[in-house]
Design a protein around this ligand. Structure first.
Ligand code: ZN
Length: 157
């Protein structure tokens, strides 16, 4: 299995939708083999005719064993998480923040990732505003919290 070293957080830049909506865009429109992200966190809102996922639901996208298609030049050693919403314009829901936090901590434990330098926003690796200012701004406190929690449990990197 490929070595996972970092986790990259994105937003969908859509009002709502779920993994099926993103999969359609990536497979049908982009002609990729599967949705580019490994996980999607829904917000309870629809996107056009596409159905909503429950607020804060974590959906699986492309299997983690497979290299994703979400951050140019940074896909081979990373996991991509897409939080549904446009976080340049709106804020993530509390449930999305809670789910993102628990997913990140679970993935850091599973793949032995030091969260501090290795949980990134898409904008940290590519020239983009993704994952939007209202999500990007909470990644730093989230990284600190996760680092402290794992350190307290005895994890050292
Ligand atoms: Zn992105």
């Amino acid at each position: 299995m490929r070595k996972i070293k970092r986790i990259i957080v994105h937003h969908s830049e859509s009002e709502g939708g779920d993994v099926d909506f993103l999969r359609y865009c990536h497979v049908h429109d982009n002609k990729w083999k599967d949705v580019g992200y490994h996980y999607v966190i829904t917000n309870g809102k629809k996107h056009g005719d596409w159905k909503a996922g429950m607020d804060g639901m974590i959906q699986e996208g492309r299997p983690v064993e497979m290299v994703g298609a979400h951050a140019k030049g940074a896909n081979s050693d990373s996991i991509g998480i897409c939080v549904i919403g446009d976080f340049e314009e709106t804020k993530p829901t509390y449930k999305q923040i809670a789910s993102l936090s628990s997913l990140l901590i679970e993935l850091c434990v599973k793949h032995n990732i030091n969260p501090f330098g290795n949980i990134l926003g898409h904008r940290d690796v590519n020239n983009t505003t993704c994952p939007g200012r209202y999500l990007y701004s909470i990644l730093m406190p989230m990284k600190l919290f996760i680092t402290a929690a794992l350190w307290h449990e005895g994890q050292r990197w």
